[in-house]
Design a protein around this ligand. Structure first.
Ligand code: TYM
Length: 329
């Protein structure tokens, strides 16, 4: 029997953060051994907001290298760039024609990204239909993502149903795979906002490539509350709860163990040791990242990934075209 399939991706629209790692990337690494996995750098999604061409190229390479540095093994998982497999854009268009304006208008990511802007690109609006194409092209069973992508996954499931009903059984209905702790890592300066790579304030996020001393400084400056109790209580202590979630994910300890460890000690030692836990996760990844970037192996991995992904995606696209009534030559 063939293994169940997994697909996911990240935008190269800035430096990957600890939120990307905890919410999604570490699950990519876990799932690669039990599932047939496809992980891409979603460069076509990144251009839904203006990108400087040189920065897009650099960030695309950086995200792919971080995938490998975090532990993705290209002999097991397929790692590729979305724009190198044209079937994504093609199916994206076909699914756009099946998507209702009202559905896209309800997407919170679109509302957040377009809020207060005078002119909003149409690509930002139709972005979720392209994401649905990414997933459905590979008949993914599972999609490892953070909590913020849940709504896009729901739309993907609706589009798969809609297509199957109209044109006959074609797509599997994918399930999200969301961590129990760490699905939504919040910003270090404001626990009501998600930690985001596109934030203009670098102190609000920990980039996966931040130097250890920068990580220590950012955590020591992270906003807490005026109390001194290290307790998980997202309603009343959102900042400390966020830090506890990060600590649990980076140390492998449970929240309860951490609460017990810091009972009666205030925030000083807690933050200091939290910073060391984060550094101990990111530092080895950074070392491997530097090796990968200087070795020149990245393009070979991405070429091989492109071929494997394209073979899969093109066969699906052909079925879709046939069902929709396109003339196949
Ligand atoms: P993106 O690039 O914003 O984020 C990549 C992944 O990281 C997760 N994530 C977080 N998890 C926890 N806490 C945070 N603060 C945090 N910030 C980001 C995201 O949930 C995501 O899993 N639309 C997607 C990219 C995409 C995609 C796909 C994902 C395009 N096609 C197909 C899955 C399948 C996005 O913008 O992710």
């Amino acid at each position: 029997m063939s293994k169940p399939k997994v697909l996911s991706g990240m935008q190269p629209s800035g430096q990957l953060t600890l939120g990307n790692y905890i919410g999604a990337l570490q699950n990519y690494v876990k799932l690669q051994h039990t599932h047939d996995c496809f992980f891409m750098v979603v460069d076509l999604h990144a251009i839904t907001v203006a990108q400087e061409p040189a920065a897009l190229k650099e960030q695309s390479e950086a995200v792919a290298a971080l995938y490998l540095a975090a532990g993705l093994d290209p002999s097991v998982a397929t790692v590729f760039l979305q724009s190198t497999v044209p079937a994504h854009a093609e199916l994206g268009w076909m699914l756009t024609t099946l998507t209702y304006m009202g559905e896209l208008e309800r997407m919170t990511q679109f509302k957040d990204k377009s809020e207060g802007k005078e002119s909003v690109g149409a690509g930002l609006f139709t972005y979720p239909s392209l994401m649905a194409a990414d997933i459905l092209l590979y008949n993914a069973d599972l999609v490892p993502v953070g909590d913020d992508q849940k709504q896009h996954l729901e739309l993907t499931r609706d589009l798969a149903h809609r297509f199957n009903q109209r044109f006959g059984e074609t797509f599997k209905i994918p399930q999200p795979y969301i961590p129990e702790v760490g699905a939504r890592i919040m910003s270090l300066d404001d626990a009501s906002k998600k930690m985001s790579k596109s934030s203009p304030n670098a102190g609000s996020f920990i980039a996966m490539l931040d130097a250890p001393d920068v990580i220590r400084k950012k955590i020591s400056r992270a906003v807490t509350d005026s109390g001194r109790e290290v307790k998980y209580d997202p309603q009343n202590k959102p900042e400390v709860s966020n830090l506890l979630g990060i600590y649990a994910q980076c140390s492998g300890k449970s929240i309860a163990e951490l609460e017990a460890q810091y009972e009666g000690q205030g925030y000083g030692p807690f933050k200091k040791e939290l910073a060391e836990a984060v550094v101990s996760v990111l530092e080895p990844i950074q070392e491997r990242y530097r090796q990968i970037r200087s070795s020149g192996e990245l393009y070979d991995v991405l070429k091989q990934g492109k071929e494997r992904a394209a073979a899969e995606a093109e066969s699906m696209l052909k079925q879709v075209k046939e069902k929709m009534g396109f003339v196949l030559l």
